[in-house]
Design a protein around this ligand. Sequence first.
Ligand SMILES: Cc1cc2nc3c(=O)[nH]c(=O)nc-3n(C[C@H](O)[C@H](O)[C@H](O)COP(=O)(O)OP(=O)(O)OC[C@H]3O[C@@H](n4cnc5c(N)ncnc54)[C@H](O)[C@@H]3O)c2cc1C
Length: 579
Amino acid sequence: MSFHDVVVIGGGGAGLRAAIAVAETNPALRVAVISKVYPMRSHTVSAEGGAAAVAADDDTLDEHAYDTVSGSDWLCDQDAVEAFVAEAPRELLRLEHWGCPWSRQPDGRIAVRAFGGMKNRRTWFAADRTGFHLLHTLFQTALSYSDIVRYDEWYVTKILVDDGRAYGVVAIELSTGRIETITAGAVIVCTGGCGRVYPFTTNANIKTGDGMALAYRAGAALKDMEFVQYHPTGLPFTGILITEAARAEGGWLLNKDGYRYLQDYDLGTPSPTPVLRSMELGPRDRLSQAFVHELDKGRTIDTPYGPIVNLDLRHLGAKLIDAKLPFVRELCSKYQNIDPVKELVPVRPVVHYMMGGIHTGIRGETSLEGLYAAGEVACVSINGANRLGSNSLPECLVFGNRAGRAAAVHAGRYRHAVPPAIEAQGRDEVRRLTEDLTRHSEGHERIADIRTEMQATMENGAGIYRDGDSLAKAAEQLEELRSRYTHAAIDDHSTRFNTELIALLELGFMLDVAESIIACAHRREESRGAHQRTDFPARDDERFLAHSLVRRQPDGTSRVTYLPVTITRWPPGERVYGR
Ligand SMILES: Cc1cc2nc3c(=O)[nH]c(=O)nc-3n(C[C@H](O)[C@H](O)[C@H](O)COP(=O)(O)OP(=O)(O)OC[C@H]3O[C@@H](n4cnc5c(N)ncnc54)[C@H](O)[C@@H]3O)c2cc1C
């Protein structure tokens, strides 16, 4: 058993920012950063487009806040949004001071680009490799604090809780198979999203919702899980993202007739700019929904990897593409064998981001004492029913910082003895994992089969459009998959890098996450943002201007309740959905 004052689960943007905040707040504290992959391989590294924060004189915090609130279909908490927009510029500047090479205008000022659903240009970028530079900057900054200790390639299987309070985690060292109890005065969950619950996603293989399930199993509530974002432009087959920056720089979406079909849809873009200029920059939920309508009208193009439309960048020219979208050109060439300077890029909507997550307040606090969460795994919420592109990276920074500070204060106050119950829980977890390995050695179900079926169930039951029947069917199928999971087979009995065991544990977490998405989606009988019910096509503020909270019951089933949305200055307004 080892002890640290604060344990951070996750070495991505949120986790590293949180760890630095703990070290800055109280240099006497020892911080552990536990990550299932080497931190620089966290999904943050793949972010391309940029990070939103007010930078220019002709932009205001209120406008950033309003765009975020209306983009969220009024489901975000406005106190969280106000804190977010106020602190985002400071966070991005701090990153600059730590060495982040933001792209600049010829006169030396920070360059900003337009992004979907944003009224003004406020997205800072480092070419189209923003996440890479951001994560590098955080990583090298974290290295300068000797009290930040890293557990690279350790996999957390359990959060230890006694009497409503978190005391640490149990984790497996992947290179040896050693299982260890790591106790702490506070735990911060920064494990990212859960796109892998779906079959076609931009998310890395590691994004399996572990932290959401860990917190859920520990007794914390998950919030707004029904809101799953589809990004309108993923490459067919691989799901690799073609960043919104491609449209921000002037790219067009064309249907099979070469027609800019978005002009036929009401995208509710909160922008006074002429529709023809702003339509590709409508919010992601509406662009993905417009694709489905084009499909219904027979105006998409069939390919072996499903229906697609085309993204046209050719008119931007090689010079602009190489300066501002070099990674897009590289991805298209490597993974699609096309050159966007000369050819159309085939794209289709792809699962991209989880608006829901662990229910937290604006300091990252969860419903369990000593347990905090930040980044994509958390739901503060600033994203509500639909996240605006480029708000997520600054969210990781602002709320990673806030959670780190709050956890540091908590851990500083309770430098404590670990209760005997926690030691016993640690031993039980070691026993459970060892027994699991033995029991699953006799299993007969393939892990990959269950995972593939779960993903298909989610796409069919809770895709861009859902209804009561599809969701009820998905719930039944997940129950069946859950029982098959108990018979999943493990053939690898080695202790060193047993990736099969990890795949089994990840699948268990994903089933929890999938069930909570379905449970919340089924209960929400309205359409809002990314949650579109064909049987309840209208937004219903009377009943559902509220966050859904899902908690695990002692018998393993889930229970959904509702929590009012915090409204400070922007009463709910109309956001008409186009067909
Ligand atoms: C392709 C792509 C492009 C994007 N582009 C943008 C963009 O331009 N702008 C923007 O604002 N947002 C963008 N996003 C969204 C944004 O990048 C993410 O939401 C954000 O980076 C998430 O950061 P995070 O720190 O919360 O999680 P991650 O970066 O996903 O890190 C999660 C960490 O948790 C660890 N972990 C997970 N489970 C366990 C476990 N069981 N045990 C131990 N460790 C664990 C992982 O090892 C990892 O270190 C993009 C997302 C994708 C997929």
